[in-house]
Design a protein around this ligand. Structure first.
Ligand code: C2E
Ligand code: MG
Ligand code: MG
Length: 731
């Protein structure tokens, strides 16, 4: 070989003379080496470039390219480690990547088109596949091709802009299933860490994706099916574990009719799905509400029983049923329900109605109709029942079981009228009317019972109407008289008080007050009757009262009177016109009068007490009131109802309720009168409990004024006999 006239070139000079920019980029992206052409091409000095991130030299849209190439090269290198090289032959090629088109950015911001080729830098990694590597990069300015590629560049930028601005996440995979590209939206929608994506480890990326789905199996199945049919398109939904929902579209990516890959696009439809779910739910709620409204139209809202409308429909249908089928109507009404409402309040009243409804349902078969007609009125319809009376009895019995409401024990009772279909019943309204008549008869007969309709009952209904008419006539023609019953003082043994009791003498027969007082209250005539009794009492007893200021006259007053006009004014006008001292008048009222909403009654009684009139609480213990309420009421005397007195039979009983009533009343500063004292044993028992006054047939019955004097004497005599018995040691 002849000697060369040229000196051997130094490698630096060669690199610096190279027209292409040559760089070495480390795995972490920093520039480790540049040649002179790099300085010229990009307008930076060598010092300005070394150690900096190579992406500063790449235009927008091309900045991640080199990193991807780097990883691809490393992967290849790890898959087929470079030959160690033998002494013979050329140096083996390092892993390299075919040149790609890219845009560089100069220091002054101008961009230029270039061709970039990369290869892994041959270096001794000591065989360690994880050791950091570097990449040799050559950049050739291809600006001369600019005009030709302008269209391509524009298309690229348009595509990039479109991909990045769409709300959909886009994933492009090649025919082998390798990820070709993704947009930012895809990455953020799936929350894929960029590091993971940069590894280009598609399996790891797929694992990350699958982990988020509620049904990963279905996802994989779909993908496999589409790979088997590259030209197919698909659309479905993916449900995420965190509640999100994506729509998934997939279509083939074609180049000149050849399928080269597949484009997947994902759209987050969670808000739309939530809205849709809400609409569906709202529609369901609406349908449920409509159904409820429909049922309410036929349902009693308080008890949940059928209402009148539904009952009428069932009754009409039953009457049209096969001939011979038994149809029974059981109409019932709670006894004294108004008192529960007035005394314990509407809440307690409601609870009672609900409980009654529940018990009624328990007494009948599931298909029998139980309806609330309103207030405290219920009705039961039995169709095909073998023994309606047994059911009626069961109902009455079931209501006798006490119930507790707000800590108070109540014993509901009801009056029930039973009417059954017979040949002469023409229709539903007649059947109901008969049940109503029977119910009324049950009430008159003493309540808390059932009665079957009998034609004679119509007669008593007629009589009821007649009673009211007759009573009006009696009031107008002065047929109402007053009888007086003596009340004996236990301490003095003499009569110090008499009670005025109204009497109606009708055609020579005395009609009992229990019959005409309720009728008078219903018709409002009680106002006139009460005034008449007060006026007659004051007039007839004025001389007896005048003899001794300690004597008094007791007059019964109904709640209706107290509610009517200025009752206090009327009473004081009567006493004043009759010349009776108001302090000699006692007004007897029952507990229920105190439970009016506007306190009108309390005001009236307070005004009367201020004028000296005293107030007695009549029939105490029969209502729903309790001893605890006594201290709040404007009363002076307690009248123990005769039902308590009658509990004393031999006189040897232990009756704590009586002693408790008396002690409590005394504790509150009230005097106590016992009603219905018929036997010596009762009188003695009560006197031993220090009951202040006694009233009853043992002493005298109520008598008209002319017979009163002898009744008073008889009373004192009876008392003296009693005392004599006590003195002589008899009980
Ligand atoms: P009351 O106010 O509790 O009157 C006592 C009733 O018990 C009277 O019945 C009386 O005759 C009766 N009685 C008295 N001692 C005995 C006894 O030893 N044994 C028995 N079994 N009964 C006895 P009467 O006169 O039939 O009056 C009944 C109720 O009618 C009265 O009960 C009162 O609530 C009402 N009433 C009577 N007159 C009037 C009135 O002028 N106005 C008002 N609003 N109600 C009246
Ligand atoms: Mg009375
Ligand atoms: Mg009484």
């Amino acid at each position: 070989m002849t000697a060369s006239p040229y000196p051997a070139p130094c490698p630096e000079a060669v690199l610096d003379s190279c027209p292409d920019a040559l760089l070495v980029v480390a795995e972490d992206g920093t520039i480790r080496f540049v040649n002179a052409a790099t300085e010229r091409m990009f307008g930076y000095t060598r010092d300005e470039l070394l150690g900096r991130d190579h992406r500063m030299l790449l235009a927008e849209g091309f900045r991640t390219g080199l990193q991807r190439i780097f990883f691809a090269l490393r992967k290849d290198a790890n898959a087929s480690p470079a030959a160690t090289g033998s002494n013979a032959g050329p140096v083996p090629a390092p892993p390299s990547f075919p040149p790609v088109e890219a845009y560089g950015v100069r220091r002054d911001g101008t961009e230029f088109q270039g061709e970039v080729a990369c290869s892994l830098l041959a270096q001794d990694s000591g065989g360690d596949p994880t050791a950091p590597r570097s990449m040799a990069v050559s950049v050739r300015d291809t600006s001369h091709r600019l005009a030709a590629d302008a269209g391509l560049r524009e298309a690229m930028s348009l595509l990039t802009a479109t991909l990045e601005s769409t709300a959909d996440g886009i994933l492009v995979v090649d025919s082998d299933g390798r990820i070709d590209g993704v947009n930012n939206q895809f990455i953020s929608m799936w929350g894929i860490p960029r590091k993971l994506l940069a590894t280009q480890d598609d399996e790891a990326v797929m694992g990350f994706v699958l982990d988020q789905l509620t049904d990963p199996g279905q996802f994989v199945e779909k993908v496999s099916a589409l790979y088997a049919d590259p030209a197919a398109e698909s659309h479905d939904e993916l449900d995420f574990r965190d509640g999100r929902t994506f729509e998934r579209y997939s279509r083939p990516q074609k180049v000149a009719d050849k399928v080269v890959g597949r484009v997947w696009s994902f759209r987050d439809v969670t808000p739309a799905r939530v809205a849709q779910d809400r609409i569906t739910q709202a529609m369901a709620d609406l349908a449920a509400q409509a159904a409820q409204l429909k049922s309410l139209a036929f349902q009693d809202p308080l008890t949940g029983l059928s209402n009148r409308q539904l009952f009428n429909d069932h009754l009409a249908a039953a009457l049209l049923g096969p001939y011979g089928t038994a149809v029974d109507v059981l109409l019932l009404d709670l006894d004294d329900f108004k008192e529960v409402n007035d005394i314990l309040g509407h809440h307690a009243g409601d609870q009672m109605l609900i409980e009654v409804g529940r018990r009624l349902r328990e007494c009948v078969r599931p298909n029998d109709v139980v309806a609330r007609l309103g207030g405290d009125e219920f009705v039961v319809l039995l169709v095909g029942s073998l023994d309606a009376e047994a059911v009626a009895e069961k109902i009455v019995d079931s209501l006798r079981v006490p119930l507790w409401i707000d800590g108070t024990m109540l014993r509901p009772s009801l009056s029930l009228g039973l009417a059954s279909i017979t040949d002469d019943v023409v229709g539903a309204s007649e059947l109901l009317r008969r049940a109503d008549v029977a119910m009324y008869a049950a009430k008159v007969a003493g309540k808390n019972r059932y009665m079957r309709f009998r034609p004679e009952m119509m007669q008593s209904l007629l009589e009821r109407t007649e009673t009211e008419a007759g009573l009006r006539l009696a009031v107008d023609t002065g047929q109402i008289s007053v009888h007086y019953q003596p009340i004996v003082s236990s301490r003095l043994g003499v009569v110090v008080k008499v009670e005025a009791l109204a009497r109606w003498e009708r055609d020579g027969v005395i009609v009992p007050p229990q019959q005409f007082i309720p009728a008078a209250e219903r018709s409002g005539l009680i106002v006139e009757i009460g005034t008449e009794v007060l006026l007659k009492g004051c007039t007839e007893l004025r001389p007896w009262l005048a003899e001794d200021a300690a004597r008094s006259l007791a007059v019964n007053v109904s709640g209706v009177q107290l509610q009517h006009g200025d009752f206090a004014e009327l009473v004081l006008a009567v006493t004043s016109s009759c010349g009776v001292d108001p302090r000699q008048l006692v007004l007897e009222v029952t507990e229920s009068v105190f439970f009016d909403d506007d306190c009108h009654v309390i005001r009236q009684l307070t005004a009367l007490r201020a004028a000296g009139v005293r107030v007695a609480l009549d029939d105490f213990g029969t209502g729903y009131s309790s001893l605890g309420r006594l201290q709040d009421l404007p009363v002076d005397t307690l009248k123990i109802d005769q039902s308590f007195t009658s509990m004393i039979r031999t006189g040897d009983e232990h009756l704590p309720i009586l002693s408790c009533m008396i002690t409590m009343a005394h504790g509150l500063g009230l005097t106590v009168t016992a009603e219905g004292v018929e036997t010596a044993a009762q009188a003695e028992y009560l006197m031993n409990l220090e009951c202040d006054s006694l009233q009853g047939f043992l002493f005298a019955e109520a008598e008209p004024e002319p017979a009163l004097a002898s009744a008073i004497t008889r009373s004192a005599g009876a008392f003296a006999a009693l005392r004599g018995g006590r003195v002589s040691g008899r009980r």
